[in-house]
Design a binder for this molecule. Structure first.
Ligand SMILES: *[C@@H]1O[C@H](CO)[C@@H](O)[C@H](O)[C@H]1NC(C)=O
Ligand SMILES: *[C@@H]1O[C@H](CO)[C@@H](O)[C@H](O)[C@H]1NC(C)=O
Length: 294
């Protein structure tokens, strides 16, 4: 009796110990947590390939339609705070989780890692995220009034405080011809990139990651410049010449810990030959799930 109880206990302990690390995913602009063709599909793909894994696809707001809207209109800082709160309250994440961000969800999850070290993020995967921001907004489909409205606001003044506090894409708008204004007025990107007020915690917290994978799409027709997906950006006062990550001051000054991460073999780069977020299932499984989520 005692022996079988003991063995039973061991089995439960082993099952708990071998539970896969949970995964948190954050969708991109125009998308929602639960679209069966996008995040719903990714959630299932991870579940199918990592037996027993708990996958949380983040919803910002109380409904999928609110979630889509918040991808355009809401202060990202508030969104990140809400997500931090959600993660803290979720007992299943208490001993850590891996994070996969799609497009703008990539830089938003990086902000979560930098601002909210508890519960601990283990691996961070950014799929087409814009870590040095964007300088250009894609053409809008004819009938998409939300996209058109955002585009007009950005044209009108991305650094106007009212636009900064309400338009998501303005919060990672990076004008290389006005670096000073960007550093002073960007409420989100300049902050997480430690451009104005240096916050050492942002660096120390990012350094807690085991791995940081950056996925860039070589034919990306949506993100301008696409090199932002690998922390590259335009040279200051120039909107044509590109500077690779290793030659940006963000990297050379190690302002957020990228150089340290690289030197310790924890910064990884994946280039995918395709348009924005066009990654095949086979590549997603072999390069992301098998290497970072198992
Ligand atoms: C970084 O700058 C150096 C010196 O200008 C240059 O030789 C090197 O090719 C640059 N690196 C990349 C990846 O562009
Ligand atoms: C990144 O780390 C690798 C491996 O340690 C090293 O070979 C490479 O030179 C580093 N890159 C930069 C830009 O520091």
């Amino acid at each position: 009796m005692q022996t079988s109880l003991f063995i039973g206990f061991l089995c439960i302990a082993a099952a708990i110990a071998s539970d896969p690390v949970p995964v948190v995913i954050w969708h991109g602009m125009g998308d929602s947590c639960c679209n069966p063709e996008s995040m719903g599909y990714i959630k299932k793909l991870i579940e199918d390939n990592v037996p027993g894994v708990y996958v949380l696809s983040l919803m910002i707001g109380d409904s999928t339609s609110a979630d889509v809207e918040h991808g355009f209109f809401m202060n990202v800082n508030t969104q990140v705070e809400e997500v931090c709160e959600t993660l803290r309250k979720d007992a299943r994440l208490a001993s850590g989780y891996n994070a996969v961000g799609f497009s703008q969800g990539g830089q938003f999850l990086r902000a979560v890692a930098q601002r909210c070290p508890d519960p601990p993020m283990r691996n961070l995967i950014s799929v087409g995220g814009q870590h040095q921001g964007i300088f250009g907004f894609p053409r809008c489909p004819a009938a998409d009034w939300i996209c058109e409205a955002v585009r007009r606001m950005l044209d009108w003044g991305a650094y106007v405080s009212f636009v900064q506090s309400s338009i998501v894409q303005a919060e990672y708008w990076h004008d290389p011809l006005n670096e000073k204004e960007y550093r002073e007025k960007s409420v989100f990107l300049a902050d997480i990139n430690n451009e104005l007020v240096y916050k050492d915690a942002y660096k120390q917290n990012l350094l807690k990651l085991n791995n940081f994978l950056l996925v860039m799409f070589t034919q990306d027709g949506m993100v301008v410049p696409r090199e932002s997906e690998w922390f590259g950006f335009y040279q200051e006062n120039n909107d044509k010449v590109l500077v690779a990550m290793e030659n940006t001051t963000l990297y050379t000054e190690d302002r957020i810990g990228l150089r340290t991460l690289n030197q310790s073999g924890r910064l990884h780069f994946l280039s995918v030959d395709g348009d924005h977020l066009q990654i095949s299932e086979a590549t997603f499984i072999s390069e992301i799930i098998n290497k970072f989520l198992k």
